[in-house]
Design a protein around this ligand. Structure first.
Ligand code: UDX
Length: 457
């Protein structure tokens, strides 16, 4: 702590909710260890000034996406526009911060950035500033991404519909259908974006994961030995349980509707199914109705996040029939965005129907909440398979979203014996998540290692 006192770090999150949250949580952790923190962020998905951390300095860079660019559904295109438009503003901002550092006699130790923000490392390098990467997804999903060239060579990629059930022997227990894909985009472009991202850390000064050894020891070993043997790897998650809990700052881009907490207060312990598909995924109207009826027919109370934009070509709930709205009023609560971590920690929540974004997966694990998995794209497919087949703390909707299967799966998890075993395993995993952060635990030690590494740069 003494050594790091006041040493400055710059953190630069990719401006998407699932990437911003872990980067800012990491910032909190490092601040609690004595570092001073500067955040470079874009004016696209800009961080809310009223909920910023008062101990950090924030530096906004202009990207000026046009309205059409900002509403593009193909994430690979949005990413390439961001990567092109951010370079110069980032360079200018970094130059300013570095020069302030020199003048104040407190130079910057390093940049911590996201490998999807592929220009940041080379710009920092041009100023001789070392970069450490934070990979915000699971270690298992990065091991899959890093294997993309091999998967292509072996014919698993591009994915063919006739081979979905074939096991990927090199990546057990994954099947071809679990390999990451992206809807609304050219598979070749997706391949390129992913291989660039997976290569980026190789030239960096280290790679940080929001995960822990007891959860992903095997994937971390593969990452260390096979894909990134020349850089130090740090696994210090789960971040949100590791940093100080007193801070009221939030990195949520959308306002969190607190009404769900008072609604949860009126529900029986472990009775509610919490349903959310994160910040990007979208579903069509037919799937929306299948979800709605599956939930109602399950007989369980539910809290459902229907984010604006979740349902394609729809404004919010207007596609739901009246009978559903009546059924809904009896047993459910619907919001546009929830305080998810608080929801998952609430005693009334008994299951999480999730898209398996890595943050959601980890947040659920940390509260011992079993999952129902509907992965939508990218790393979510890998995370979902690990939840259902490796950690065995959830069930996957294997045949898409259909009301009968939704109802059956909720009942299997919430009321049947099979569910009891899954719930027990989820509680055990939660204990492991807590233990790794305590003195001597793997994440605790890894954080110490990261601090020493930063101070040695
Ligand atoms: C994206 C990708 O989808 C995901 O696969 C990748 O791992 C990270 O980037 P996203 O879809 O947003 O993330 O999902 P997730 O990783 O789960 O992150 C969502 C974050 O938003 C979580 O931290 C969650 O707590 C928060 N959230 C979600 C809310 O605060 N309120 C909500 O209502 C829903």
């Amino acid at each position: 702590m003494e050594q790091s006192k006041g040493r400055r770090l710059i953190l630069c999150p990719l401006p998407l909710q699932g990437h911003i949250n872990p980067m800012l949580e990491l910032a909190k952790i490092l601040h609690s260890k004595g570092f001073s923190i500067a955040i470079i962020h874009t004016n696209f998905n800009s961080l809310n000034p009223s909920t910023r951390n008062p101990h950090f300095t924030y530096h906004s860079i202009p990207v000026d996406l046009t309205e059409t660019e900002a509403s593009i559904k193909d994430l690979t295109v949005v990413l390439s526009i961001l990567n092109a438009k951010c370079v110069e503003p980032f360079r200018e901002c970094l130059a300013g911060l570095l020069s302030d550092g020199v003048h104040s006699g407190n130079p910057i130790a390093c940049l911590i950035s996201d490998p999807f923000f592929d220009f940041t490392r080379s710009v920092a390098e041009s100023f001789e500033l070392p970069t450490i990467m934070l990979r915000t997804g699971s270690a298992a999903s990065l091991a899959v991404y890093a294997a993309f060239p091999l998967l292509k060579e072996k014919g698993y990629l591009p994915i063919s519909d006739s081979r979905l059930e074939i096991p990927v022997a090199e990546l057990s227990p994954l099947k071809v259908k679990d390999l990451p894909t992206m809807t609304n985009c050219d598979p070749e472009v997706f391949y390129q974006v992913i291989t660039n991202m997976a290569n980026e850390p190789k030239a960096s000064y280290g790679l940080i994961f929001n995960t822990f050894e007891d959860l992903e020891g095997h994937a971390l070993a593969t990452i260390r030995q096979k894909y990134y043997p020349n850089i130090p790897i740090f696994s210090l998650g789960p971040f949100h349980k590791c940093g100080p809990t007193t801070s009221s700052s939030s990195s949520s881009l959308l306002a969190q509707d607190q009404s769900c907490i008072s609604w949860l207060d009126t529900q029986a312990p472990k009775s509610v199914v919490y349903v959310s598909f994160g910040s990007i995924a979208s579903i069509d109207q037919a799937q929306f109705l299948e979800i709605a009826w599956g939930l109602v027919n399950s007989g369980q109370p539910f809290l459902w996040v229907v984010r604006l934009g979740l349902v394609q070509e729809s404004n919010w709930l207007e596609k739901l029939p009246n009978e559903f709205t009546e059924a809904l009023n009896k047993r459910a609560h619907v919001v546009k965005w929830a305080p998810q971590k608080e929801v998952l920690a609430h005693p009334a929540v008994g299951a999480f129907w999730t898209h398996c974004g890595w943050n959601s997966t980890l947040e659920s694990i940390c509260e011992g909440i079993p999952m129902i998995c509907t992965p939508c794209f990218g790393d979510q497919m890998v995370n979902a398979r690990y939840v259902s087949d490796v950690w065995k703390v959830g069930l996957q909707l294997e045949h898409g979203i259909e009301r009968g299967e939704v109802e059956r799966t909720i009942r299997r998890l919430m009321v049947e014996e099979e569910g009891e075993e899954i719930k027990d395993r989820a509680l055990k995993l939660m204990e492991e998540a807590n233990l790794c952060l305590k003195g001597g635990g793997s994440s605790y030690q890894s954080l110490d290692g990261l601090i020493q590494h930063i101070l040695s740069l």
